[in-house]
Design a protein around this ligand. Structure first.
Ligand SMILES: [Zn+2]
Ligand SMILES: [Zn+2]
Length: 356
């Protein structure tokens, strides 16, 4: 028997490729091979590896078959070793410290809305990263392009999350949540009672991003004053670069990969309101968003706001993008004690419950 788990090695490779922004098809090759092999008895996988018949299975190619064979022989697959060797983590000390202080992620998506992976896989990746919790925040109904969840589907998801939690390692919690649209009038796009039931509510503007300054400011202030809102998501809506390679695909929101300028609002008033209502300002880690820009992070810091450093991950490997947010937060001098996801799950949930 091998001391290594070939499926774990395949998933690890997929994760590292995703994190490195590699093309989606490369990532998928490893994930689908893991899926195919996971459905077979281990003895059959070993027998096929021994007789060179792994590639007869759909979803298993030469490269993935070689990894499995190496892994079954008890060796670290060469492919994996190379990925690990070239992996660059250049975080300076402050950013690394902040990253170490994070215990969870408050903004993530699954294939229930526009993410590419099932809830279970996202949660398991969070476990592997050492997170203590992950908040699942799929989209709300009006965001139809992202398959936003109706109240009925969200209720179903809550039952599903409860079941998934049962199966996850003890000590890790999958928390319930939503990325709710902030509608044109500042109201939140989901049933009030349902919002009250969720552990964490992230609110974001996804439409009318070109609203004039006064209208956008009013809209945001109304949302921030809503007692259900806990975290203000990617507040400017900007896109600084086209979507990174490997991020487009069926699990992603089409090819709207253009850059987009910041929406305009009175940042002093918005951050003052966040501080007053104790709404955390999200530092969105996605490389194409980098939202808010650093000058606004500094402004929010001065206003006394709390922050949440989140990935907005739409795939498991993206859960490791927190380091990008940490780099920007560290550059702006954001202290760990101002960041709500440095808290334990208990403290986080107590905070959100106390607010709504
Ligand atoms: Zn969003
Ligand atoms: Zn999101």
């Amino acid at each position: 028997m091998s001391a290594r788990d070939p499926l774990a090695d395949l998933r690890r490779i997929a994760f590292l490729l995703e994190r490195a922004n590699e093309a989606t098809y490369r990532v998928r090759a490893f994930r689908s091979a893991a899926k195919t092999l996971g459905a077979l008895p281990a003895a059959e996988v070993a027998e096929r590896a021994r007789t060179g018949k792994l590639t007869e299975l759909s979803g298993v190619g030469d490269v993935t078959a070689r990894c499995v064979a190496e892994s079954l022989a008890g060796e670290e697959p060469v492919y994996l070793r190379r990925l690990l060797a070239t992996e660059g983590t250049d975080l300076d000390e402050a950013a690394a410290k902040l990253r170490d202080a994070l215990r969870g992620d408050c903004h993530t998506h699954s294939d229930w809305s526009d993410g590419g992976s099932p809830i279970e896989e996202m949660a398991l990746a969070a476990v592997e990263l050492g997170h203590e919790y992950m908040v699942l925040t799929d989209h709300s109904p009006r965001l139809t392009v992202a398959r936003g969840l109706t109240a009925e589907r969200l209720r179903k998801q809550l039952d599903h999350v409860a079941a998934v939690n049962e199966a996850l390692p003890k000590g890790f919690r999958l928390l319930t949540g939503i990325e709710v649209d902030i509608l044109a009038d500042g109201s939140l796009d989901q049933d009030e009672k349902l919002l009250a039931r969720l552990d964490v509510v992230v609110g974001s503007v996804h439409s009318g991003l070109n609203d004039d300054r006064a209208k956008m400011t009013r809209r945001m202030l109304t949302a921030i004053a809503n007692p259900h809102l806990d975290i203000l998501g990617h507040c400017t809506g900007r896109m600084v670069s086209s979507r990174p390679a490997g991020v487009t695909g069926p699990g992603d929101r089409g090819h709207r990969a253009r850059t987009r300028k910041e929406s305009e609002f009175d940042a002093d008033a918005v951050f003052a309101a966040c501080a007053e209502h104790d709404v955390a300002v999200e530092i969105n880690s996605r490389p194409e968003r980098q939202d808010p820009p650093k000058r606004l992070i500094r402004l929010a810091l001065e206003a006394g706001c709390r922050f949440a450093i989140d990935t907005d991950a739409h795939a498991p490997g993206q859960l490791d993008w927190q380091r990008f947010g940490c780099e920007r937060a560290a550059l702006c001098g954001v202290p760990a004690k101002r960041v709500v996801n440095t808290w334990t799950a208990d403290r986080l949930v107590k905070w959100t419950a106390g607010r709504s």
